[in-house]
Design a protein around this ligand. Sequence first.
Ligand SMILES: Cc1cc2nc3c(=O)[nH]c(=O)nc-3n(C[C@H](O)[C@H](O)[C@H](O)COP(=O)(O)OP(=O)(O)OC[C@H]3O[C@@H](n4cnc5c(N)ncnc54)[C@H](O)[C@@H]3O)c2cc1C
Ligand code: SF4
Length: 443
Amino acid sequence: MAASLSGDRSETVFSDYKGEYTREQALVEANRCLYCTDAPCVKACPTHIEIPQFIRKIATGNLRGSARTIFDANILGMSCARVCPVEVLCVGDCVYNEMGVPPIQIGKLQRFSTDAAFENEWRFFEAGQDTGKTVGLVGAGPASLACAHELRRFGHRATIYEKRARIGGLNTTGVAPYKMKADRSLEETQWILGIGGIEVKTGVTIGGGVTLEDLEKKHDAVFFGAGLGADTAMKVPGEDLKNVFGAVEWIEQMKTGRVSVEGMKSCVVVGGGNTALDCVREARGLGIERVTMAYRGTEAKMSGYAHEWKAAEMHGARAEWQVLPVAFEGHGHRGEAAEQAKVERVRLVRLDANKKPIPGSELVLEADLVLVAIGQSKLGEMLSKLDGIRIERGRVVTDDDGKTGRAKWFAGGDCRNGGKEVVNAAAEGKAAARAIHAFLGSK
Ligand SMILES: Cc1cc2nc3c(=O)[nH]c(=O)nc-3n(C[C@H](O)[C@H](O)[C@H](O)COP(=O)(O)OP(=O)(O)OC[C@H]3O[C@@H](n4cnc5c(N)ncnc54)[C@H](O)[C@@H]3O)c2cc1C
Ligand code: SF4
């Protein structure tokens, strides 16, 4: 049984940044939709939810039907309504953008509909007739959950192996609390498991006590949905100082337990991707006054979404562009109890347009907390010892449906795509389930 969460987690101080629609607001927005044929918003959604259809159902008062349309395409439709970067997906492609009219707020409408399904405990799907086949799934993140649910609809039994105590993957441990809190993600996992016949074994690390070969022997097929690995380190002096953290490690602590920010006045976040942008807002939201993002590139070329950086700026964050940390300085080390054991500043150099250090350009930023958000390791190498499975730059190589070059083995989500969004993991997990079903049928 997955571990529960305490009520005094650090993440609970955050409020919901987009808010929910009232019934009247949802009706007004739904009635603005043009119900386009060949709708660009549908094409922009990796799970291809029939967006005009679900919106029309809201407009006509068929809320239950609307939720079914969403979940039929994407069983993680509730979390995706909250965490999807809709600005660069469905909403970004709504035809209204070209007319200079505000686009339809598809995410908020999807949330209105899927929240109603959760509140009313509507259930839409039943497991198919038992086929007697079993599938092992590595990891209990969005990719494996979507895959397992779809496998159950086909009647195959599923066993998910998760190394952590809690399930949901980064939906539970990573996404920013102003989008979705960990308890809501856990609620979603239970809703998905409600189809029955999905066994979840938490605290089991594949490649540890249970080997890849064990899985292959035990199951008729295996889905690898292990996501990404640990935070990448800067490898600069002082990285082991107290209060210098890998971003994903710190976020997990903040979401599932407590992080200490008492007395902290300044924070430096290293990186310029979406995780760095989340950290900046999270540190501000926890009450740290001066939060600076230190990024080696320019604002124009940052890998994080421009709309997220705008929001971070609005929340009081600042940035140093084209800089590189060369040392974290302070006293003491992580784990030491000494009163003064902490990081105090970050020493950086400025970079030129070719990302080369500019001699004599050093600058120093005060920092009571440093969060290093420069990426996560790839886990694909774990599979490289299995003949037939190809790994490229740490990613598992598959065909479009998630089939690897080795019989029985399928993969999807971050471990395959290198790290995208929850909606991509959901789409890839579902596609893989269909490919697994075809494989099991042909055996
Ligand atoms: C900080 C952060 C914020 C994000 N915010 C957003 C957002 O706002 N919106 C969005 O759409 N996406 C966001 N993402 C991306 C999104 O969370 C991922 O794309 C998605 O969760 C990938 O799903 P997955 O199932 O492939 O992997 P994961 O969610 O990483 O799940 C993999 C699971 O496998 C388990 N596992 C790993 N190795 C093993 C093993 N050997 N044995 C057993 N279990 C194992 C892990 O513990 C984990 O539970 C964010 C990512 C991060 C890091
Ligand atoms: S593109 Fe916009 S207006 Fe057209 S169906 Fe999609 S949400 Fe509605």
